[in-house]
Write a protein that binds this ligand. Structure first.
Ligand code: GRF
Length: 202
């Protein structure tokens, strides 16, 4: 049975699209049960419609608290029997309401080599710091900010004439290849966690 996945995103959705494309190309054996998005105007919402993926789109300010909208999201995930939550540019803190039921079953992609440059604008942070190498990290989600056990990292050289845009373009290219691949490893049950150490069966 194909793994049942939900994707959370707030913006452009290029990673969401890469996952959809991999599924449609027969390269990734999962079903995308739901897109969760906190920004009704985000391009990712139109991408979901185009791909025929059901979307739960909400406005955080319509809810009394973070926990209140997360309870609603949790109910949707349970209704759809989602087995893996994939954060792909979801720009909100996630509380134990969602983290605990999905411990070991929620992943995130971050555009730096963690633990360097967590949080927002990781690409700009890396450029401003002047690092010569940066990259992409895919990790399990725990209660902290970009702090969970690391599944895989890919390094990229920062070039002398890089701008935030040129570096972002290369980073996004790596992300769009890497994220569907990691999801396929999880779907094939090849990924195991032991404390902070994650092993991928070859
Ligand atoms: C990506 O760079 C991802 O690493 C970060 O947010 C960005 C989302 O881009 N978490 P997109 O919406 O998938 O195009």
């Amino acid at each position: 049975m194909a793994l049942r996945v939900a994707v959370f995103a707030s913006g452009n959705g290029s990673n969401f699209q890469a996952i959809v494309d991999a599924v449609q190309a027969g390269k990734l054996d999962v079903t995308i049960e739901l897109l969760v998005c906190d920004k009704p105007q985000a391009p990712v919402v139109a991408r979901a419609a185009g791909a025929g993926v059901e979307a739960f789109v909400f406005k955080p300010k319509d809810y009394a608290s973070r926990e209140a909208y997360e309870q609603e999201i949790l109910a949707k995930l349970q209704e759809k029997q989602v087995e893996l939550v994939v954060l792909a540019g979801y720009m909100r803190i996630i509380t134990p309401v969602l983290v605990e039921p999905f411990a070991g079953r929620m992943i995130n992609i971050h555009p730096s080599l963690l633990p360097s440059f967590p949080g927002v604008n990781a690409i700009g942070q890396a450029l401003d710091y002047g690092v010569k190498v940066t990259g992409v990290t895919v990790h399990f989600v725990d209660g902290g900010l970009d702090s969970g056990p690391i599944i895989v990292q890919r390094a990229l050289d920062v070039l002398p004439d890089d701008t935030a845009d040129s570096l972002a373009e290369r980073i996004h290219g790596v992300e769009q290849e890497l994220y569907p691949q990691v999801i396929s490893w999880i779907a094939a049950d090849k990924v195991s966690i032991d404390g902070r150490r994650v092993t991928i069966e070859q």
